[in-house]
Design a protein around this ligand. Structure first.
Ligand SMILES: C[S@@+](CC[C@H](N)C(=O)[O-])C[C@H]1O[C@@H](n2cnc3c(N)ncnc32)[C@H](O)[C@@H]1O
Length: 276
């Protein structure tokens, strides 16, 4: 097809936004028109369709296309040791108290919710591996709605450019080189096995067994896309899945009004503690 009409009228923009808002809890509206066009234009060409009305029809009838849509429309920027002060605070101020709550089981359980391609979860695995004495078990759930990003996380393969936040010592200890051109490294299997990747849409009923209680939940740079209503619902889910005294780490720009909620104690730097 020689000509692709990638313009769309506001009616279609609104329907695409509605779909996104209903399923993922986003707060997108007509102001996102050009973001949507720039992210989906290539997909329309792949599908050999020339208008967004036809694309919407496919989206509404095909769960596989809906998943591809999530891959394309979500913003997945992340890095190792992103917002690094959180990991310093965890190690220097919070960790000993967290470990004290495990006098018998010596098992620490964490969740990186909205993990993108896994850098946050692996950073956590590295920090805990460095800090804990042998005999401690580290279990990390890493979840996202983008299947493509989860696959990248599971593979644990990163271009050298992505390892900028890491010292040479940590790279040597936790990564192995797998190719020269391009220069890429893979997380070593001992570290990879501490992280389990699962598809979880935070805006749906959480499919996590109720007996699982996390010591800490990282949900950073996800709430910025969501409506206040979704944030409140998701925060309630986090509350019920945290241990008493457990910590919720939010992104640095994500301090929320709902944290006037007396069930949460604001620690510092957008870290919140569950008060029983
Ligand atoms: C900007 S990345 C943040 C990655 C990492 N937490 C960090 O701070 O570096 C946001 C991630 O949230 C995911 N996300 C957005 N809405 C979601 C939802 N409703 N359920 C699960 N994941 C979602 C996106 O797919 C994306 O990978």
């Amino acid at each position: 097809m020689a000509y692709f009409n990638q313009e769309m009228d506001d009616h279609i923009v609104n329907r695409i936004c509605q779909l996104l808002n209903q399923t993922l809890g986003f707060g997108y509206g007509a102001q996102k028109k050009y973001l949507i066009i720039s992210r989906l234009g290539k997909r329309l060409k792949e599908l050999k369709i020339d208008n967004y009305q036809a694309y919407l029809k496919i989206l509404e009838s095909s769960p596989a296309e809906l998943n591809r849509f999530y891959d394309l429309i979500t913003t997945n920027v992340t890095s190792f040791f992103r917002e690094a002060d959180h990991f310093v605070i965890l190690q220097q101020e919070l960790l000993s108290g967290i470990l004290d709550r495990h006098p018998h089981d010596r098992k620490i359980t964490c969740w990186s919710a909205g993990c993108s391609s896994g850098e946050e979860a692996y950073t956590l695995a590295i920090v805990l591996s460095e800090a804990l004495s042998p005999g401690w078990e580290i279990r990390i759930l890493a979840s996202d709605v983008s299947i493509q990003k989860l696959q990248e996380g599971m593979n644990g393969i990163y271009h050298i450019e992505k390892l900028r936040g890491l010292s040479g010592i940590l790279i040597k200890k936790y990564f192995q080189k797998i190719s020269e051109e391009p220069l890429r490294f893979q997380i070593r299997p001992e570290l990879r096995q501490k992280v389990v990747f699962r598809r979880i849409n935070l805006n749906e009923e959480l499919q996590i067994p109720s007996y699982i209680r996390f010591d800490m939940i990282f949900c950073r740079n996800v709430f910025i896309y969501l409506t206040n209503e979704s944030r409140v619902k998701i925060t309630d889910g986090f509350y019920s899945h945290l241990r008493e005294g457990g910590f919720l780490f939010m992104g640095h720009s994500e301090a929320l009004n709902s944290f006037n909620d007396p069930r949460w104690l604001a620690y510092k730097g957008c870290i919140y503690q569950k008060i029983p």
